[in-house]
Write a protein that binds this ligand. Structure first.
Ligand code: AMP
Ligand code: ZN
Length: 214
């Protein structure tokens, strides 16, 4: 099963993607996580994308598509995957379609996470991340056991550069201009299911399960 999770930054896609991946037994593929990993390891790719990511812009389609092509060629994706944060442009969606077709596969469903803008702003503003393991918390909705430190490894939590208010604005613009139109793109292919994504993560997961007939 190949699922695409579509929705604005802060819609809770990452959380849902992790839970869905565990439940379906397929890998969670987050291009944002992959880019952050490259940045943290200081690879060539990481250096190339650092500035654009930090400012809230989109990495070029060529770089992103090449990274995804490599990832989708690995054996663990044979049974499917959850795509979180990819595709983000029509060119990426076209590329993905062609790539999968070449492997005799196709996107099964596109889950569109629907959230009012205000909720998104609150979620991003309160989000804190562990720079070591990538765990994500929220100051009120899902705080760590001890304020400001990661439950898993005790590292001090940070506000990601791209979660700073000035960069959030840019991300929202990129989303509205380039990514939001993908809903129509996939609606034309009869693949979209809308998910009301305002409640608790468990409630949203339950709705998703039902939708997928599980
Ligand atoms: P995310 O964690 O999904 O919000 O991604 C963080 C950042 O990584 C984005 O703001 C972009 O700079 C970059 N990024 C992630 N996925 C993509 C993509 N599919 N296309 C272009 N840039 C991306
Ligand atoms: Zn951690």
């Amino acid at each position: 099963m190949i699922l695409i999770l579509l929705g604005p930054p802060g819609a809770g896609k990452g959380t849902q993607a992790k839970m869905l991946a565990a439940e379906l037994g397929v890998p969670h593929i987050s291009t944002g996580d992959m880019f952050r990993d490259h940045k943290a390891r200081g690879t060539e790719l990481g250096k190339k994308v650092q500035a654009i990511m930090d400012s809230g812009g989109l990495v070029t389609d060529d770089i992103t598509n090449a990274m995804v092509q490599d990832r989708l060629g690995r054996p663990d994706v044979a049974r499917g995957c959850i795509l979180d944060g990819y595709p983000r442009t029509a060119a990426q969606a076209d590329f993905l379609g062609t790539l999968l077709r070449g492997q005799g596969r196709a996107v099964d469903r596109v889950l569109s996470y629907e959230v009012p803008e205000q909720a998104v702003v609150e979620r991003i503003g309160g989000r804190r991340s562990c720079p070591k393991c990538g765990a994500v918390y929220h100051v009120t909705a899902s705080p760590p056991r001890a304020a400001g430190v990661c439950d898993k490894d005790g590292t001090a939590l940070v506000l990601r550069d791209d979660d700073r208010p000035e960069n959030v604005k840019k991300r929202m613009q990129e989303y509205a201009g380039k990514t939001a139109p993908l809903k129509r793109y996939y609606q034309d292919r009869k693949l979209v299911a809308e998910i009301e994504a305002t409640g608790a993560p468990e409630t949203i997961l339950a709705a998703t399960r039902k939708l997928l007939g599980r």
